[in-house]
Design a protein around this ligand. Structure first.
Ligand code: MN
Length: 739
């Protein structure tokens, strides 16, 4: 592709179109000055250096900034990269541009400080410069944006460093100033350069689904348009979009999902004419088409964000159970959402003269001050630069949570962290032995998301062990690594034991003393090597995992002739049968009964499909390499599993009280009258049971349908809740959902 070099005339044309009485002569002089002094310099791409200041000026012209900003864009690197000094700039261009260039040069000038200190210094300067004139940061953002767009010519390490800095500082500042478009582009470019592999993978995955996603989007936007028209709600545009890669990637990482598991890959946006009334009308139409998710509704029109952002956000669920977000805003709000403070020039001053513009700029300065002042206040308290950058980051992106031990020690965790992360942050052994947690004195499920200021008490039991399920709700790498490690260790230890038993049993069948083989280290090692394994233990583990047949191991030990002679293969026992028996014998206290010691026991996992509750009738299914999966006897999947009768084992709950809280969904059918939801939730709360979620709707045959997710310890507890809900006047039936 031939890229046509940008010309100053293109920039001037934009300024003439966007600005009142523009001082074009100033721009031309700045251009000539820049061209003269950058003469002969080249960019990493080999292009003339001048391309860069020109592109920066062009971005600023697109933002509809004034000619002073555009001219500064042309001059921004002159003091930094040529022999020109500030006094020369002043003599040619006056105080205002000199002040802006000075601000930019100071930000760019990096001394030999540590990385954090450099960053902190730069941010401090930028913040201070922004307070006096926001144009400094807008120009700096344009500068960074163009550099990010043309990074491919730099070395990977340099690209990564600059991208990290962009994510840490520039994207958050753009966000703070409400400049959604710049922020998005900076984030996606940083992601691409910082994690090229993951970027490529994700972008391929999204591309592979593009046709399907676009078809879904078209259906959604068409339906919205039709319904808006039917209801005479005015709109300018209905947009459909696929989520941005960086925000998608963050979501996948945070929730540990794969792309198949993310439903809201797509979103719709309605742009209405400039009257907020239209937004609320459109909202009611959207809620009429699909079911809204109540807790996801946000009214940023009634309560605008600090950075002036206004919009309605609602998440809805369509008939296929897919959820997606719909944003609704007026045209003006849309421009503010995309361009933030920069949009001021556009909307406040389109038809204003220069004098009014000055007044408006003053107003803008006040807005920006309000936005950025908190940042400067943190700078006054912070002792040194590192502290400063930390508190700044916290302020820009409040992504960390601070929780306390009962003794008042602060534990800092990423947002989304749970008591498990907290326990592992205290000490690995506290994490391993964790059996529960109290927040503000109340027992909470281990997956509870911690909030700032929570006082967390970790409950431990000496011989308690980590559980595979924990991986579903630990978010810190410290906790996850430790849990994974533990599971792997345990699985291996168990597999070695199972492998040993299987091999002994096989030797028995050949009327061979098991010790002869198992205690013969050299032989075991030799056979292991034949399988490409290092040690005897690896061989046993491989048998235990079901990868290597004990029979084949014996064949290698005995040699073909002897093996054929001793082979008892008259009554054929399948590998599966022997594995199952061995597993039963090994874990089971008796041939068929296995005690399930709660989910903490390694070799048992609760089936996700039916989530069996302590006290309910259960059944175990042996899945090789994964241990025993425990299902509710009423689970619909059990019927299918019964086909492999050999793998079904009897299991029962271990004695003792259940300590673990589980979520269970109940569906109550009621008469259609008011106050049912309140009556039911009161009845549940009265017996001191946690409610995670509750929603009500009316069925087609005029019944109330109330779905409540409650937290219970065991079946007895659940039965108590069901009984008390049944006694609420107006309740017709109560059942547990999701077997
Ligand atoms: Mn530059």
């Amino acid at each position: 592709m031939i890229k046509i070099m940008i010309r100053i005339e293109d920039v001037i044309e934009k300024v003439e179109k966007n600005r009142p009485e523009p001082d074009i002569d100033l721009i031309r002089r700045a251009y000539l000055f820049s061209a003269l002094h950058h003469r002969g310099q080249k960019r990493a791409s080999g292009e003339p250096y001048l391309v860069h200041p020109l592109e920066v000026a062009d971005i600023l012209a697109d933002m509809r900034l004034d000619e002073t900003s555009v001219s500064t864009g042309l001059l921004h690197d002159v003091v930094e990269d040529t022999l020109v000094d500030l006094e020369t700039i002043r003599s040619y261009f006056g105080d205002e541009i000199t002040h802006l260039v000075d601000g930019l040069t100071k930000i760019a000038h990096i001394s030999n400080l540590s990385k954090e200190k450099q960053q902190a210094e730069n941010v401090r300067k930028m913040v201070l410069a922004m307070i006096t004139d926001v144009r400094v940061v807008l120009i700096k953002l344009a500068d960074r944006l163009h550099n990010m767009r043309t990074m491919q010519f730099l070395k990977p390490e340099k690209r990564a460093r600059i991208s990290q800095e962009t994510l840490d500082i520039y994207a958050p500042i753009a966000h703070r100033l409400g400049m959604g478009k710049v922020r998005s582009e900076l984030e996606d470019l940083s992601f691409q350069n910082l994690y090229p592999e993951e970027y490529r993978k994700l972008s391929n995955e999204v591309e592979a689904r593009r046709t399907e996603l676009e078809a879904a989007l078209e259906k959604i936007t068409d339906l919205i348009k039709t319904k808006l028209n039917e209801n005479d709600v005015p709109f300018i545009e209905v947009q459909g979009r696929v989520k941005r890669l960086y925000s998608l990637w963050k979501k996948l990482k945070k929730r540990k999902l794969t792309i198949e598991e993310v439903y809201d890959l797509i979103a719709a946006r309605i742009i209405t004419p400039n009257d907020k009334k239209n937004c609320y009308l459109a909202l009611s139409v959207v809620h009429d088409i699909w079911t809204p998710v109540p807790e996801r509704f946000k009214d940023w029109i009634g309560n605008p964000r600090d950075n002036l952002y206004q919009s309605l956000h609602t998440s809805v669920i369509n008939d296929n159970g897919q959820s997606f977000e719909v944003q609704i805003r007026t045209e003006e709000m849309h421009h503010v959402a995309e361009e933030g403070v920069a949009a001021h020039w556009k909307y406040k001053e389109r038809k204003l003269g220069r004098r009014e513009e000055d007044a408006s700029l003053d107003e803008l300065r006040k807005t920006v001050e309000k936005l950025l002042l908190p940042l400067v206040e943190t700078t006054q308290d912070a002792e040194d630069s590192e502290d400063f950058i930390e508190s700044l980051k916290l302020d820009l992106y409040p992504k960390d949570v601070y929780a306390f031990t009962p003794m008042g020690k602060i534990i800092q965790l990423p947002r989304g962290a749970t008591p498990l992360d907290f326990a592992y942050a205290i000490h690995s052994e506290v994490g391993d032995a964790c059996t529960g947690a109290k927040i503000k004195g109340r027992i909470v499920p281990l997956r509870t998301e911690l909030q700032n200021g929570d006082v967390v008490e970790i409950l431990t039991t000496p011989n308690s062990k980590p559980s595979r399920d924990w991986l579903n709700y630990a978010v810190t790498s410290k906790a996850r690594n430790r849990i994974r490690h533990w599971i792997a260790d345990q699985q291996r230890a168990d597999s070695i034991e199972i492998g040993r038993k299987l091999l002994e049993k096989e030797a028995d069948k050949f009327r061979l003393s098991p010790k002869k083989l198992l205690n013969n280290d050299d032989e075991m090692k030799r056979i292991a090597n034949e399988y490409g394994l290092g040690r005897a233990e690896d061989l046993l583990a491989s048998i235990g995992y079901g990868k290597t047949l004990p029979r084949n191991v014996l064949a290698k030990f005995l040699g073909a002739e002897k093996f054929a002679e001793l082979d008892p293969e008259k009554k054929k026992e399948t590998r599966l049968e022997s594995s199952v028996k061995a597993v039963k014998k090994f874990i089971g206290l008796g041939e068929d009964a296995i005690i399930v010691r709660g989910v903490d026991n390694l070799l048992t996992t609760r089936a996700r499909c039916c989530n069996p509750l302590r006290g309910e009738e259960i059944i175990g299914y042996i899945s090789l390499g994964k241990g025993i999966v425990v299902h509710n006897k009423r689970c619909k999947n059990v019927q299918q599993l019964m086909v492999n009768r050999d793998r079904i084992v009897d299991v029962e709950w271990a004695k003792g009280e259940g300590k673990e809280i589980q979520s269970v969904r109940l569906l109550a059918t009621t008469e259609n009258r008011t106050g049912m939801l309140a009556g039911i939730t009161n009845a549940i709360a009265e017996i001191k049971t946690g409610i995670r979620d509750a929603r009500a709707e009316v069925s087609k045959n005029d019944r109330g349908l109330i779905e409540v997710t409650i937290e219970v310890f065991d079946k007895k507890h659940l039965d108590k809740v069901v009984t008390s809900v049944q006694q609420v006047p107006g309740v017709i039936a109560v059942e547990r959902v999701n077997y």
